[in-house]
Design a protein around this ligand. Structure first.
Ligand code: 6PG
Length: 494
């Protein structure tokens, strides 16, 4: 019997769909699941008559594979990945490859890569985005690990991946060890940001008196292929908002509870940002908003304790739609700027050597955040790989400078009708902060720290907001003796 080109472990929806995708591209795929019933149901169902070899013992699974053996784990992140690695190890030889295609924590991937490479086993940790349909028809794939490991899987990944409109496969080598899973984590953080921003815009439109089907029409217009907002998430917002609640005339969206759960990648994004000292307030706002959404009982109780009244504003639907559109676009640029800043910082901290243009390119199709906008990001980084921030790219900078007032107006209108805008507001303030040569509150707190803790402060020149430096270009540091009656200032030398 012909040996399998690749094996997939884990017969939940993503594993099954990927196996079918691989088979449809001409590969023979061995499959295995911890509980045999799922493998059997798959073999007798969607895999019937296909070049898919069901196996029920790990030994048979590994023996069914061509060498070097390529094994893709599509199991829950965490302990199950480590358990399968241990189960597989006795059956593997030098040069065989294990691929973890789940949403694993990138530091686990770094650890596993090291552990396995000490045993001569190659390891790839890869992001696979696009949900069930993507896995089946073409996901975006973000692999990280040894270069030679990627070479072993490159052709299969290119064949099964989504293709962008120019035919380019949505997969590329991201970097060593944890790079692929890190990029996927940030993809998800950005996904949270996008979803929250769209959610705030939709809720605002709803609060100006629009029905769900009207909002769906607006979203459908924004998804026009020439519109700057055109994206998968806008598309599915339009589609899902038209859906009626079964057996009634109500819209499903009006009956779905305002509770958004999460599996953890957004939280990892924020944790990583805290660790690397990179501000990502919009993505954090998206995570915090999900947390607040889950506190339904508290919100119900608090809504009875404090009743806030808002006077609304003069409602002009044309203006509202125009403002909401451009405000959403600016907020999206701001949120992506934050996510990319985090990717850039992690790239140096973990030696991932990430290429932002390349990442934006593989996000153009297949994945959840796919959007035309990503083409513009690729172009911006191709034109200048050393952009200090996405907002500095000339096209984005021009749009933001001309239209920032619309984001301010959106936030103002939303607040006037009591709509919270944690993500939109933080996207706005991120732009304000990053473009502020001087942040007054920071100056004040610098003095406070020096006052109560003698922690020192820096100074700016009297005629420019630049930092005061000495002859050698070193930043000068000062301390005021606050407790002495004359409060003398002295320079600190460290
Ligand atoms: C993707 C998605 C996928 C999944 C998220 C959902 O890229 O295909 O991001 O990974 O839908 O894990 O995450 P939450 O459950 O945290 O919303």
């Amino acid at each position: 019997m012909k040996k399998a080109d690749i094996g997939v472990i884990g017969m939940e929806v993503m594993g099954r769909s990927l196996a079918l995708n691989m088979e449809s591209k001409g590969y023979t795929v061995a499959v295995y699941n911890r509980t045999g019933e799922k493998t059997k149901a798959f073999a007798e169902g969607p895999a019937k008559g296909k070049n898919i070899i069901p196996t029920y013992e790990i030994k048979d699974f590994v023996e069914a594979l061509e060498s070097p053996k390529k094994i893709m784990l599509m199991v829950k992140e965490g302990a199950p990945v480590d358990a399968f690695i241990e189960t597989l190890l006795p059956f593997l030889k030098h040069g065989d490859l294990i691929i973890d295609g789940g949403n694993s924590f990138f530091k686990d991937t770094i650890r596993r890569n090291k552990y396995l490479s000490e045993k001569g086993i190659l390891f790839i940790g890869t992001g696979v985005s696009g949900g069930e349909e993507g896995a089946l028809k073409g996901p975006a794939i973000m692999p990280g690990g040894q270069k030679e490991a990627y070479k072993l899987i490159e052709k299969i990944f290119k064949d099964i991946s989504a293709k962008a409109y120019d035919g380019e496969p949505c997969v590329d080598y991201m970097g060593p060890d944890g790079a692929g899973h890190f990029v996927k984590t940030i993809h998800n953080g950005i996904e949270y940001g996008d979803m929250q921003l769209i959610g705030e815009v939709v809720w605002f439109l709803k609060n100006t008196g629009m029905r769900a089907d009207k909002i769906a029409d607006i979203m459908a217009r924004w998804n026009d292929k020439n519109d700057i907002l055109c994206s998968y998430l806008i598309e599915i917002t339009a589609d899902s908002m038209k859906q009626k609640h079964q057996g009634s005339d109500e819209f499903l969206v009006d009956r779905v509870a305002d509770i958004t759960r999460m599996k953890g990648t957004g939280t990892w994004t924020v944790q990583s940002a805290l660790e690397l000292l990179v501000p990502i307030p919009t993505i954090a706002a998206a995570v915090f908003s999900r947390e607040m959404s889950q506190d339904k009982n508290l919100r119900l109780e608090m809504s009875k304790k404090i009743s806030l009244t808002f006077n609304g504003f003069a409602n002009n639907p044309e203006e509202i739609i125009d403002v909401a559109h451009d405000a959403l676009y600016i907020a999206k640029i701001s949120s992506y700027a934050q996510g990319i800043a985090l990717l850039t910082a992690a790239s140096s901290a973990y030696n991932f050597n990430l290429n932002i243009g390349k990442i934006a390119k593989i996000w153009r199709a297949g994945c959840i955040i796919r959007a035309q906008f990503l083409d513009e990001i690729t172009r911006a980084y191709e034109a200048n790989p050393d952009l200090p921030n996405l907002l500095a790219a000339p096209k984005f900078a021009a749009f933001v400078s001309s239209n920032i007032g619309k984001l301010a107006r959106f936030i103002d209108m939303a607040h006037k009708c009591g709509v919270p805008t944690l993500a939109m507001s933080s996207a706005f303030d991120y732009i304000l902060q990053i473009t502020s040569a001087v942040m007054p509150s920071a100056q004040v707190s610098a003095l406070q720290r020096d006052y109560f803790g003698a922690h020192g402060y820096f100074k700016i020149n009297s005629d420019s907001p630049e930092l005061m430096v000495n002859n050698e270009g070193k930043i000068r540091e000062f301390h005021t003796e606050w407790l002495l009656p004359t409060r003398p200032e002295r320079e600190i030398t460290r």
